[in-house]
Structures are given as C-alpha cells and as structure tokens.
Write a protein that binds this ligand. Structure first.
Ligand code: ATP
Ligand code: MG
Length: 565
C-alpha cells in the first residue's frame, strides 16, 4: 500500500482525554478516531490490525470445532423479558423503539438470541453437541466508558455458544475452548494468565477469565508464587487456620472513643493491634439486613458474601438505614447487643479473636475485651474476606502475590439457566424431551487489540507483534524526488509484494524526520530505508523491536526479511 493513497492521520500531540498508552498511541498513530464517548472508527490501519486479531480468533475457533454465524444486533425485547435480563441489566442495555412502538435492545451479548434460535432449529440429540460463534459489534452503555478501546460502549466481541445433551459433553467443550483461548492469546503475543473467576448470578460453576497482565488493568489477580494457581481476587478462597490465642477472657468494658470512627483510628486510640478489632458492616442482602464481621485488618469481599448467603444482590446499608436499625452512626456499630432478629455472620478469622474491640452501637463508644460466643453470637463463620498478599495459596503451594490484569476473555459453563428460561429442549434417544445444557465463551476483540499495544510499545510508538502488524515492512524513500531512490524503492516495493511480504510504502513528499517519526509511531516490525546508497543498490534495514540495523544489498533483501518474519 502506498502511504500517499491511504489514510494514516498521525498526530504529534497526545490527545488530552487519553490516559493510557494504548489509547494515546492508537489515536496518535492514526489507527482509530473517537466519534462519541466510547464509540470509535477503525481507520484503515486500525481495521487491518483488528482483522488480524479476528483471523487468529477464527482459525482457533474453527480448530475447536466451532462454526461461524452472524446474529442481529437489533433484538426484540420479548426475548430479554423471557430471561428477566430486560429488567436486571439496567441502563447498561441500550434500548430503542421501532416505528410501531415495539421495544428493542441493541445486543450487549447474545445468549437470548442464540438460545431461542437453537431451540427452534435443533430438536434432536443427533444434532448435539453444537458449537457456534460470531464476531460482531456489541453495545453496552457503560457507566464509565474509558481507556479507548478497553472499555467502549460499542465494541467488537467474539462470542461462542455450545449446546449439549449432558454435563460431560459441556466439560469437553469447555476444555477445548480453554485451549483455543490459550492459543489465541499466545499467538497475539500477549503475556496473560487464565484465572478462576466468579460465576455471578447465572448459576453454573466453572468459569475462567483470561487476563492480560498490565499495570492499568482494572482487575486484581491473586496468584501463587510457586504453583500455577491464579484467581480473580474476588474469587480467591482464603485457606488459613487462625491460631486461637490463650489469653484469658477479660471482662467486657465500654470506652469512649470520641470522633474515632475507622478501624485504624480506633486501633491507634486504644493502642490495640488492628488484628484484635472486630470490623462490623451492615449490609443490605436482597430484602434483609445482615451484620457482617471481619478482623480489623481484613476486608469483606462482597462477592463471597453474596455467594455465602445465596443472595442475588448485596450492598452496604446507607447511613440512614444504619441509624434506623442500630440507632447509631456507621463508625460505632458492632455485634454486641444487637436486635434479636438481626442476622450476624462473620469471617473465620473473627472466631479466633480474644479480648478484641468493636463498636458499641452507641455514638462514639466502643467495647473492649470482646469475646465471640460469650459477648455475641454469629449464625455462621465463613470465608468472607479478600485474600491478602502473603496469605498461603489456597492450593496449599506457596504464598499469594497480586498482579493487575485486563480481562480479555471469559469462558463460562452456563448449565441450563437460559435453556430452561427459553425452553430449549430436544428429544433424547428414548424420544423424551430434555433441556439442553450450555456454555458461553467471550473475547473482547477490540479490547485484545488495545491490550497488545499496552504490552508492545516504547516512548516513540507501537511495536506490533508479527501476527498482528498491519504490514510487515515499512519502506521509506528518504527523498522520492531523487530518481535513483524512487526507482530502487519502486523495485523493492514490487519485489516484496511478489514474495508475499506486505509492505507500506512511504512515498509521501515529507521531510525525512517526519517520515521516521511516523514510522516509529506506526510500529511495523521491519523498516527499509532507501537513501544515499541507493545508487549502489544498498538500503538500511532496521528492526522496530530492538532498533538493530544493518545495510543490505537489494539482492539479499527478500531472503533476509523472510527469515526475520
Ligand atoms: P468487564 O468486567 O470488563 O465489564 P464483562 O464481565 O462485562 O467485562 P463479558 O460480559 O464477559 O464482560 O464479555 C466478554 C468479553 O468482552 C470480556 O471478557 C471483555 O474482553 C469484553 N468486553 C466487555 N465489556 C467491554 C467493553 N465495554 N469494551 C470492550 N470490551 C469489552
Ligand atoms: Mg461489564
């Protein structure tokens, strides 16, 4: 491709709203442009790299036995009402009306559409298992669209769905998809980990997220420093045996704690370690209130809480609700002398506290020498806290460390949730109606693209990995007005194309400095510069990856570049 004929609008300045490298560089290097918050155009170069990621995804999906199709973005509300997600998805689901006032959603995901389609078209066990996928635009009205392609409101997703007659068949599909995902992200050149994730409200158990390791990731991964254990911090089980202290139990005592509200403040004021504090939080769990206890140096994990209490929604009670129920401010609540009908649950660590301290349900007062079971009762002790760095790994091997990750993929054993809601049934070998079992598997294709840039860049621009790069070679004629340079460049341009080496030919009448800066920014793996030595047939070959350069004769160029790629 001749650079004079394509559209690569590079920018010198970093766009003010772009906080992270991938956003800055993709805009500056002329790959993408924003048209509305979280909505982007892929310019010719952006489209090329996107298609390259898609190609990898397609090849690996087909290898896993999945067939491609394409479902509509415009989806009737009735389907979403059948699964209840019309109501539970809230404002994230984009909604609209047609001219007959019928309600539609713009597809945020396709479980509803695909399940109803397969329900209507597959009636017998003979057609199962079935693996289908699509690569398509998704719409989500994200609360905080940001970081360019990482969190858009319109973005490209690969979503696959599998349909089965039994659990073993689903397990097999899950394994194949897991392997396909490993292959995809490896081929994208990414440093990533598959982590155990939360299955959320949709039932089913096994679910993994694929996380690209990156400082700017929104998720925290807890991993073992010696084994291959890795989990989203939301899900990492805490497997600690807490030593019971042999202190003798002292008498319960009430003390003034004027203006001291947080665990840190109270611990300092009382001169007691944080680990002796009993942190008490009032949660609204679906329609009821629950007082949740943890050790002062631990944090309650609301996903664990939600799962432990078999709830669909948990959130902290408001200041007002706390006041109504316990007649005190948030900083002074505790489990001693609470209303009889208020359920109290505690993290395992609380059971081992001796002579601890906690809020006294009276403004600016705390109890000291609090002992579980003597001074309060919890209805259960469970694993409710976030794992911490240094905790033992739940698999018994090594200690936990943290890393930040960008979620690029998610695989999920759905079970029968959608099939039941939408009546996806088949006839089994005995001619009996049975409900299908399903799996679903997503990849954020545009997010993956941005993640690659997060891991492949330097201060001058992008450094594309080989399978993703829009072109292999950036061919630069330093001064195309000089006939020898122009002729040699044209000759090399032809030769490379004839040998299936894709090439972007900078034939523009720009200053060399501009061309080189643009070239670094754009980030193709190999740069061929045709300059002063053109007359003798020599050009400079430079690698974007490490800056290595050498002079080569035009006769050895094709072979050299082929070996590099
Ligand atoms: P997140 O927690 O980041 O919001 P999610 O759990 O909502 O992600 P899924 O519903 O599992 O995501 O979607 C499948 C994949 O689509 C994700 O793994 C992610 O890579 C991608 N994805 C989700 N939301 C966005 C978005 N707003 N912009 C770009 N990609 C996204
Ligand atoms: Mg989301």
């Amino acid at each position: 491709m001749r650079q004079s004929q394509t559209l690569i609008p590079t920018l010198k300045e970093t766009p003010a709203d772009a906080e992270i490298k991938s956003h800055q560089l993709l805009v500056r290097a002329g790959y993408i442009r924003q048209t509305a918050s979280g909505v982007y155009s892929f310019l010719p170069m952006g489209n090329k790299v996107l298609k390259n990621v898609e190609k990898i995804v397609r090849e690996e999906m087909e290898k896993a036995g999945s067939v491609e199709m394409l479902m509509p973005s415009l989806q009737l509300s009735e389907l979403w009402k059948e699964t209840g997600r019309w109501y539970s998805m809230g404002p994230e689901l984009m909604r609209l009306h047609d001219r007959h006032e019928r309600e539609f959603a713009l597809g945020a995901t396709h479980e509803e559409v695909v399940t109803s389609l397969i329900r209507d078209e597959v009636k017998s066990y003979k057609k199962l298992p079935l693996y289908v996928y699509q690569i398509q635009t998704k719409f989500r009205d994200e609360k905080r669209p940001r970081f360019g392609l990482l969190r858009g409101r319109e973005f490209i997703m690969k979503d696959a769905y599998t349909f089965h007659t039994n659990q073993e068949s689903l397990d097999e599909a899950y394994q194949k998809m897991f392997q396909a995902y490993q292959n995809i992200f490896t081929r994208c050149g990414l440093n990533f980990r598959a982590v155990i994730a939360d299955s959320g409200a949709m039932g089913g158990k096994d679910t993994h997220e694929f996380m690209v390791l990156s400082e700017i990731g929104e998720d925290t991964i807890a991993f073992s420093d010696t084994s291959d254990f890795a989990a989203n911090i939301e899900m990492a089980a805490v497997n600690v045996t807490y030593e019971q202290s042999d202190e003798t139990a002292l008498e319960l005592e009430i003390v003034d704690t004027p203006g001291y509200n947080t665990m840190d403040e109270v611990s300092q004021f009382l001169g007691q370690p944080l680990a002796k504090g009993i942190k008490s939080l009032l949660f609204k769990v679906d329609e009821r209130y629950v007082l949740v206890l943890s050790r002062g140096d631990h944090e309650i994990n609301d996903i664990k809480l939600k799962n432990a209490l078999d709830a669909t929604h948990v959130e902290l009670a408001s200041e007002k609700e706390t006041k109504q129920l316990l007649n005190t401010k948030v900083g002074s609540i505790g489990p001693v002398h609470v209303p009889k009908d208020l359920e109290v649950v505690a993290d395992h660590a609380v059971a081992a506290i001796r002579n601890g301290y906690c809020g006294a349900n009276e403004n600016d007062k705390h109890y000291q020498n609090v002992n579980p079971d003597r001074d309060f009762n919890a209805s259960s002790y469970q694993d409710l806290r976030f794992i911490k760095e240094g905790d033992p790994s739940p698999d018994g091997q090594g200690k936990i460390k943290f890393a930040k990750g960008i979620e690029v993929g998610h695989i999920f054993k759905l079970g029968q949730f959608y099939a039941e809601k939408l009546g996806a049934q088949y006839l089994n070998e005995q001619g009996k109606q049975e409900t299908m079992t399903m799996g679903c598997y997503g990849i954020g294709v545009s997010r993956t693209l941005a993640s690659i840039v997060e891991q492949y860049h330097d201060e001058n621009g992008i450094k594309w990995p080989k399978e993703i790069t829009p072109y292999h070679v950036h061919l630069i004629a330093v001064n195309p007005k000089k006939q020898d340079q122009l002729d040699l460049s044209e000759d090399i341009y032809k030769q490379l194309q004839q040998n299936n080496i894709s090439v972007l030919f900078d034939d523009r009448k720009e200053r060399p400095g501009v061309k080189f800066a643009d070239s670094d920014l754009i980030g193709l793996p190999v740069r061929i510069t045709v300059g002063k030595k053109a007359q003798e047939g020599y050009v400079e070959c430079k690698l974007r990856e490490n800056g290595e350069q050498e002079d080569l004769h035009v006769s050895e160029l094709v072979e050299k570049i082929s070996s590099l790629l």
